[in-house]
Design a protein around this ligand. Structure first.
Ligand SMILES: [Zn+2]
Length: 105
């Protein structure tokens, strides 16, 4: 079992979550708020080369309190690999985008 240092990925690099080793277990405390971490499958948002890629069903540790996400190091590596080969992504989703400055409410 490898132990990876806790690190926050730089903003220009990716999802900016924390990558941790394989030693995590359900109920581990969050680094920020001491909330309990739960192992879940999530839709990860990955910023890459000026674009944003969403990757479904990513295993992650999610803080039940603040929502901070943590990825095991091998998982994070795979997210990077998927982003590197984003030309192979077949499915595109659309979502509404509001503009705070122009909102006439
Ligand atoms: Zn938290």
């Amino acid at each position: 079992m490898s132990i990876f240092a806790i690190k926050r990925a730089s903003d220009n690099h990716g999802i900016c979550p924390i990558v941790r080793g394989l030693e995590m277990i359900n109920g581990d405390p969050c680094e920020y708020c001491d909330g309990k971490l739960q192992y879940r499958r999530i839709r990860a948002q990955f910023h890459f080369k000026g674009g944003t890629i969403y990757i479904d069903h990513v295993p992650a540790w999610v803080c039940a309190k603040c929502g901070e996400r943590y990825f095991d190091a091998p998982v994070y590596k795979k997210l990077e690999d998927i982003a590197q080969h984003s030309d192979r992504i077949k499915k595109t989703i659309t979502f509404p985008l509001a503009d705070y400055e122009r909102a006439a409410l």
